[in-house]
Design a protein. Structure first.
Length: 129
């Protein structure tokens, strides 16, 4: 069976510097690559407070959803990688405010280190709009 796979980059984010796309759509699903606290100019904002990093990561996730005409309500699963689990309660509050009443499946993994020294990274899967 021939399936259409489409690679999409969010126009409001800097183009990926590595060999990947921001989003890949396939078979009715959208796979969103890990989003870091990187601004639209490609600057890693890892010297700011955790709350600012989390807000930027969620904004980047939203930019990816927008690029494939999806909303937060289309999210099926969200995976959060966090370097300091003491920040988890704060992240959960920020995330809950961002996502509202929708509650996709979620995984949280404490990790030793992330690219650029980021405090967190988020990847997600959504249903195509």
């Amino acid at each position: 069976m021939n399936q259409l796979i489409e690679c999409v980059n969010a126009p409001t984010l800097i183009a990926p510097k590595g060999h990947y796309s921001h989003c890949v759509t396939a078979n009715g699903l959208v796979f969103i690559s890990g989003q870091l606290p990187v601004d639209k100019y490609g600057n890693a904002m890892t010297d700011v407070a955790f709350q600012e990093q989390a807000t930027l990561v969620l904004a980047n996730l939203q930019a990816c959803l927008d690029a494939v005409n999806c909303s937060k309500a289309h999210l099926v699963q969200v995976r959060v990688y966090i370097t300091n689990m003491e920040n988890w309660p704060l992240f959960n509050q920020i995330y809950a405010k961002w996502i509202g009443d929708h509650r996709p499946a979620r995984a949280v993994a404490g990790v030793a280190e992330l690219h650029f020294g980021a405090a967190l990274e988020i990847e997600a899967v959504a249903m195509s709009a």
